[in-house]
Design a protein around this ligand. Structure first.
Ligand SMILES: [Zn+2]
Length: 177
C-alpha cells in the first residue's frame, strides 16, 4: 500500500480510537495520540526510504531491515508503543494528571500506528508475517494489490472523512458540555 493508503487506514484507526477513549482521556491527550497515529502511518516502511539510495545511511547498512520484515510485526508495534508511552509522560498535560491514563493513551497511540499499518498491508497479496520470528506464518487477504490506485484513494478519502467527522463531533460535544 502507498503512503496515502496507509494514512487513510490510520486515519480510520485514529477515528475509532478518539471515540473509544473519549470517556477516559482529555481532548489534548487524544488529539496528540491522533497526530502520532497519523504521523507514524508509514513508519514500518522506513526501509524503503533507504533501499533506493546508492549510498545507504551508515547505520542502515549495519542494521539491514528486510522490507515487511521486523518493522511489520506485533513486536515492533509493542516497541513503538513503549517508546510513545514513555514520551507521553514527558508532556506536561494540564488537564490529565492520571499517569496510568497518560501511559495507556501514549502506548495505544504508538501501538495502533503500527497495527494500522499492518492492517493496510495484510489486504495485499504480499501480506505480512506479524509474529516472525516466533511464527513465520504469512497472513494475506489478497483484497487488492499495494499499488491499486483506486483502493489507496478510497482508503485515503474514507479514513480522512471518518476522522474529520469524529473529531468534529468530539469538539462540538466538548464545547456543549
Ligand atoms: Zn508496509
Amino acid at each position: 500500500m502507498y503512503r496515502i493508503g496507509h494514512f487513510g487506514v490510520n486515519a480510520a484507526v485514529a477515528a475509532i480510537f478518539t471515540v473509544l477513549t473519549a470517556p477516559v482521556a482529555s481532548m489534548p491527550l487524544r488529539m496528540t495520540a491522533v497526530v502520532v497515529i497519523l504521523a507514524f502511518a508509514s513508519l514500518p516502511d522506513i526501509d524503503t526510504r533507504f533501499a533506493g539510495m546508492t549510498n545507504h545511511a551508515a547505520v542502515w547498512q549495519r542494521v539491514p531491515v528486510q522490507h515487511r520484515g521486523v518493522t511489520h510485526t506485533v513486536w515492533f508495534a509493542l516497541c513503538v508503543g513503549t517508546v510513545t508511552a514513555g514520551a507521553f509522560t514527558f508532556v506536561p498535560w494540564r488537564s490529565q494528571t492520571n499517569l496510568f491514563i497518560v501511559l495507556f493513551i501514549g502506548f495505544t497511540a504508538g501501538f495502533l500506528s503500527v497495527i494500522g499499518h499492518l492492517a493496510g498491508d495484510v489486504i495485499t497479496p504480499a501480506g505480512i508475517t506479524p509474529l516472525t520470528p516466533l511464527d513465520d506464518t504469512k497472513i494475506t487477504l489478497r483484497w487488492c494489490t499495494a499499488s491499486n490506485r483506486i483502493a489507496n484513494i478510497v482508503f485515503l478519502v474514507g479514513g480522512t472523512i471518518l476522522l474529520g467527522v469524529t473529531l468534529s463531533i468530539s469538539v462540538i460535544t466538548a464545547a456543549v458540555t
